[in-house]
Design a binder for this molecule. Structure first.
Ligand code: PGA
Length: 254
């Protein structure tokens, strides 16, 4: 399928940056810079900045995402936030399974699966992150790793629900390191993921799924990465914190 039939999604992952005031300022700065974008724009902001970000984004083409979601609707889960709570605020997207959550907060393929399920049940669109460690790439098992992560995360997800899943291929060695995957490396794995979706679902579902690349994508390398046939957008950390840089990436997608 012609990749032009998929609408690219450029998502900023602000991580633990920008409180409510700074979030509103950054979104206000972004609005005029990205007003004519041909892609979807998402900003994944810290939980406490969600209301301010939503308020600032009102009437614009910028959607707001949370960076995580718990698998239960409510209960004794200190420190967690449910899909229903996010939905009540007006959040549309949620990032699930980011490698920093896997690395620092004990996230496993199984907890990722539970969070994906809860997010879909709660009416959210999921940005599902998968990616290999440097050692895994060196051992030649990248394909196996990302396939396993994807298969477990999507267990029980129907083809219809898959329409609310974006997959972000994020090689862990490229995140926050300034070391970007080459466009060919990024495309190779995005294509492997698309083939896997065709096996798990069918070709139509695979062709319709947005697959992003993430890992040191910036205003300098976005054009080349986003031109790849199986790369439908980006999940951007560092460069998403600077409005002008993020805007250049948004332009590169459209
Ligand atoms: P980075 O982060 O762009 O700073 O490498 C990407 C991500 O963690 O999603």
């Amino acid at each position: 399928m012609n990749k032009n039939l998929r609408i690219p999604v450029i998502a900023g992952n602000w991580k633990m940056n920008n409180g409510p005031a700074a979030s509103a300022v950054l979104i206000e700065k972004l609005k005029p810079l990205t007003a004519n974008a041909q892609c979807k724009i998402v900003c994944a902001v810290p939980f406490t900045s969600i209301p301010a970000a939503l308020n600032a984004a009102q009437g614009s083409n910028i959607a707001v995402a949370a960076q995580n979601v718990h698998w239960e609707e409510s209960g004794a889960y200190t420190g967690e936030i449910s899909a229903q709570m996010l939905k009540e605020l007006g959040v549309e997207y949620v990032v699930v399974g980011h490698s920093e959550r896997r690395q620092f907060f004990g996230e496993t393929d199984v907890t990722v699966q539970k969070r994906v399920r809860a997010a879909l049940n709660g009416g959210l669109t999921v940005i599902l992150c998968v990616g290999e460690l440097l050692g895994e790439r060196k051992s030649g098992i990248t394909s196996q790793i990302v396939r396993t992560q994807t298969e477990i995360a999507l267990a029980g997800v129907t083809a219809q629900e898959l329409q609310r899943v974006i997959i972000a291929y994020e090689p862990v060695w490229a995140i926050g390191t300034g070391e970007t995957a080459t466009p060919e490396q990024a495309n190779e794995v995005c294509a492997i993921l698309r083939e896997q979706l065709a096996v798990l679902y069918d070709k139509e579902a695979a062709d319709a799924t947005v697959i992003q690349y993430g890992g040191s994508m910036n205003d300098q390398n976005a054009v080349e990465l986003l031109a790849q046939p199986d790369v439908d957008g980006g999940l951007i950390g560092g460069a998403s914190l600077v409005a002008e840089k993020f805007a250049v990436i948004v332009k590169a997608a459209g």
